[in-house]
Design a protein around this ligand. Structure first.
Ligand code: GDP
Length: 365
């Protein structure tokens, strides 16, 4: 029934390939609550979804950067809720028990949320200098960043470390002044913090474009963000729409051609008891499908070396709080795959043709 409804609702002229993935429906075409329920249902199902690679122009890859306690987890929960994800507990993104124990985020995670026909891949960034290599890999995977700063405290040391990396990689951050609901936070205070962030950017060698950063005001706790300063918006404006719109507006879509052969740089690695090694990264070019023959490669002093040859067993994306199986993915998207046991972080996974010299292969390493 729902499938039929979706098919009849969805226009064939859309540049998105799938006809049946709820995340790809433009909410303007359907009732938003139906959209949200469909998204939740898809996230829960963990079943393969037919051909789902997206036009890179409808993707946005964004790192979320914050000093510990400035509200990153609360913000992500609110964004996920607004986009229809079922949140099983308060701190959805902070789900590793060790992290919860320490109250810090120690591993990077990617989750995607649908917004007005776009898919926003949000990447959680570790704040600690101890995770320097990981921070580099995260900022290398995205085209934009949200810098969450407690409007009372202002930017702190941890923010500086990750921010330096983000600026170095050419990202143009969106500044989100959080905790605006606190009695001590006035408009003057927000202006002050904005100046501090400007100085910080300048000291870190930001370009003119990076210095011209958009600013939003938020209370993640109360579940709203606003593009203008306000202490408490009216009930019907207590939502995250301004922030989601700002991501679509200010973050560039990923570059990468769907026509070129498939390549992905491995940026994260996990182990699953049943699936073995799970490799996560941004697809740099091409399209990958379950069953495709691929190989892992790495660069050595003597050139490019094949690490392993195999095929894609599973493709996955975290949508909301659930890992969802997908059957294909295209350039620009951030995905996880199972199938190869040997490649690790920094290696490239590529279409098998890559080693056969049938095209100009550019190693991503
Ligand atoms: P994280 O360490 O950056 O992930 O920060 P959390 O999201 O865990 O938030 C740290 C603390 O700040 C928690 O007690 C939150 O309830 C609180 N908090 C987060 N956002 C806000 C906000 O907008 N306003 C207020 N007053 N408190 C907030």
């Amino acid at each position: 029934m729902v499938g039929l409804l979706l098919r009849s609702l969805f226009s064939s002229s859309t540049r998105i390939i799938s006809l049946s993935h709820p995340c790809l429906l433009k909410p303007s075409l359907i009732n938003p609550s139906l959209y949200n329920r469909l998204f939740s249902a898809a996230a829960q199902a963990s079943a393969p979804i037919p051909t789902t690679y997206l036009d890179p122009n409808s993707l946005r890859n964004v790192a979320v950067i914050a000093h510990v306690d400035h509200g990153k987890t609360t913000l992500m929960d609110r964004l996920l809720r607004q986009c229809g994800a079922d949140i099983p507990h308060e701190r959805a993104l902070d789900s590793i028990s060790l992290e919860r124990e320490r109250g810090i985020t120690i591993a990077s995670k990617v989750t995607s949320i649908p917004w007005k026909g776009n898919e926003l891949n949000m990447v959680d960034t570790p704040g600690h200098a101890d995770f320097g290599g990981e921070v580099e890999r995260v900022v290398g995977m995205v085209e934009g960043a949200i810098l969450v700063v407690d409007a009372g405290e202002g930017p702190l040391a941890q923010t500086k470390f990750v921010l330096a990396k983000a600026l170095k990689y050419g990202l143009r951050p969106i500044l989100l002044l959080n905790k605006v609901d606190r009695p001590s936070v006035s408009e003057e205070r927000c202006d002050e913090v904005e100046s501090l962030v400007f100085d910080l950017f300048a000291n870190l060698g930001a370009t003119e474009e990076q210095l011209d950063f958009p600013v939003l005001y938020a209370s993640a706790k109360e579940g709203w963000a606003s593009s203008t300063f306000i202490k408490s918006p009216p009930e019907n404006a207590k939502n995250m729409s301004d922030l989601l719109d700002a991501i679509v507006k200010y973050v560039s879509p990923p570059k990468g051609s769907l026509e070129e052969p498939f390549q992905m740089l491995v940026s994260m690695m996990e182990r699953d008891f049943y699936l073995g090694r799970i490799l996560t990264g941004r697809v740099t070019s091409g399209i990958i499908r379950v069953g495709d023959k691929i190989h892992g490669i790495r660069s050595t002093d003597s050139g490019v070396e094949k690490v392993e040859e195999g095929k894609v067993v599973k493709l996955m994306k975290k949508k909301g709080t659930a890992m969802v199986l997908i059957d294909s993915a295209g350039a620009g998207d951030i995905i996880s795959m199972a199938g190869l046991a040997s490649p690790s972080i920094g290696h490239t996974v590529a279409n098998l043709e890559a080693s056969k010299g049938s095209f100009n292969f550019v190693l991503l390493l």
